[in-house]
Design a binder for this molecule. Sequence first.
Ligand code: ACO
Ligand SMILES: Cc1cn([C@H]2C[C@H](O)[C@@H](COP(=O)(O)OP(=O)(O)O[C@H]3O[C@H](C)[C@H](N)[C@H](O)[C@H]3O)O2)c(=O)[nH]c1=O
Length: 234
Amino acid sequence: MCVHANIEPLLWESEFFQIKSAKLNFSPRAPLVNSSKMSGYRLIQAKIPTDRVDLSDALYSLGFQWVTGEVDLVLTINMENQLTTSRLATVDDIPRLRQVAAEAFAASRFRAPWYHPQDSGRLYALWVEKAVQGTFDDQCLLLDDAQGQPAGFVTLRDLKNGAARIGLLALFPKMAGKGIGMQLMLAAKKWCQQRSLRRLHVATQINNIAALRLYIRSGALIENTAYWLYKGQK
Ligand SMILES: CC(=O)SCCNC(=O)CCNC(=O)[C@H](O)C(C)(C)COP(=O)(O)OP(=O)(O)OC[C@H]1O[C@@H](n2cnc3c(N)ncnc32)[C@H](O)[C@@H]1OP(=O)(O)O
Ligand SMILES: Cc1cn([C@H]2C[C@H](O)[C@@H](COP(=O)(O)OP(=O)(O)O[C@H]3O[C@H](C)[C@H](N)[C@H](O)[C@H]3O)O2)c(=O)[nH]c1=O
């Protein structure tokens, strides 16, 4: 089978990871992809729906390898009062948030052998810092435990179409088994409710059972599933 796609350069990622990267955008009207067209990049990414077995077979024959699976979920926000307390993270919280985010998302798609071992942590540390500053996601909510110690965070973005997206969500170390994840989800729903946003999107890796259980327990429904495949070259 032939693959028809446009090759979109990933400028931000190329600069941040120092790996010249691009992504395939599939369309039947796009030109045929071949190895010579991809040769200008050290890494080519492809995200495909899990039912496109034909596409995955074709990509394997072009030298792509499986990286991870991703599940997209959505929650409907009801307008009942969400009983939870969280606070907006401030610049003073950034150093600790960076530390936690750098460790928490180890199972991401920015992994070896395509990326350096520290790259994934660097990305998520910057992501949470920018959420506090409102320069990537809009805001970062922090949840404190009964002793006033930070227990977890969630970053959020208004998608400007009546919906929001969770960027990152994680517990602080030693905060597992206390229902903090559920509290973070309630805080995220309240954030949406205060802005009259009726849907909340969230995505995670297919092997992140704790996160999937949390989202489904919070009322999320699975919307889409996808595979990431990469072709790396010297
Ligand atoms: C958008 C994204 O960022 S996707 C990536 C998600 N984040 C990560 O992977 C970062 C690393 N992981 C984490 O931070 C956490 O594991 C999370 C956020 C994914 C999940 O957090 P939690 O759901 O709070 O996990 P926690 O360990 O506390 O709870 C696990 C279980 O204990 C239960 N539990 C234990 N004590 C309690 C309590 N006091 N109250 C309520 N539930 C409790 C939970 O119901 C849950 O039950 P389940 O396993 O049957 O589903
Ligand atoms: C910090 C930052 C990032 N970007 C760019 C870099 C990437 O091109 C995108 C983010 O891509 P996405 O596919 O959303 O990334 P992830 O695969 O890491 O995300 C999934 O897993 C996470 C752990 C998390 N659960 C997330 O919600 C999922 O979608 O953005 C940028 O351009 N500028 C930046 O500052």
